[in-house]
Design a protein around this ligand. Structure first.
Ligand SMILES: [Zn+2]
Length: 233
């Protein structure tokens, strides 16, 4: 009898971990996302940065899968109330992730799609105030005076709520994830590691607080300004 009760509890908890798609999410996008999550579940490494350990655990597919499946229970289609949005989470129903037409119509590498998915997964954390964004500077310029735009849509970000002031927010955490994959994934292709590095370095620009920037450099860039060349690790 005791065994039966345990079995039921186990079945329920494993069901709770699964997520579902709304019917209006196009089938090819559903399949793409399932394939992307399957890929992320295969990642292996021997090393993870301190911030990565704190946020996700190891640079390891099992830890990524656990992170996602304990946060996102369903995926739907929405415009997120903003034509520039790629995806969103509504804080009143935080276990649901919404993707927009921008997620669907732009073509980006697999690991970049996962960056969006894990960014949104971070927003499900009600206990952490959902890691709300900070407002980007206006104008929003890089060190060469060039305007920083969304790598996903090309939209202007100046004055938009599309930045972070902590390494642990959605932009910070997802760039930490991708930078770790770029540096430490031992079974990823060179293309995946390069893509991860490019998108991580791009999202790092969304972190606008000096202390947060210094902390991420300490964690992942050897404390230097220099972007670490892929393949050196
Ligand atoms: Zn966000």
């Amino acid at each position: 009898m005791k065994g039966l009760v345990l079995l039921i509890v186990w079945t329920m908890s494993s069901l709770a971990a699964a997520f579902s798609f709304d019917n209006d999410v196009p089938k090819d996008i559903q399949n793409q996302m399932l394939a992307d999550l399957k890929f992320i579940g295969t990642i292996q490494s021997d090393c993870s940065s301190d911030f990565h350990l704190k946020i996700f655990g190891k640079v390891d597919g099992r830890d990524y899968t656990h992170f996602f499946e304990t946060r996102v229970l369903s995926i739907g289609l929405s415009d997120c109330g903003n034509p520039k949005a790629v995806a969103c989470v509504n804080i009143f129903n935080p276990s649901k992730m919404w993707i927009t037409n921008n997620f669907i119509k732009f073509s980006h590498p697999q690991v970049a799609r996962m960056m969006i998915v894990f960014h949104e997964s971070r927003h499900t954390e009600s206990q952490n105030g959902n890691w709300m964004h900070a407002t980007c500077p206006n104008p929003f310029l890089d060190e060469n005076g060039k305007e920083i735009k969304s790598i996903w849509t090309g939209s202007s970000l100046a004055g938009e709520p599309a930045c972070d002031i902590t390494p642990f927010g959605s932009y910070g955490s997802s760039m930490i994830m991708l930078k770790n994959i770029s540096k430490f994934c031992k079974n990823c292709s060179e293309k995946v590691r390069q893509d991860a590095g490019i998108y991580a370095d791009d999202q790092f620009k969304r972190v606008i607080d000096a202390d947060a920037i210094a902390a991420i450099k300490q964690d992942l860039y050897n404390g230097t300004e220099e972007v670490i060349e892929i393949g050196k690790y």
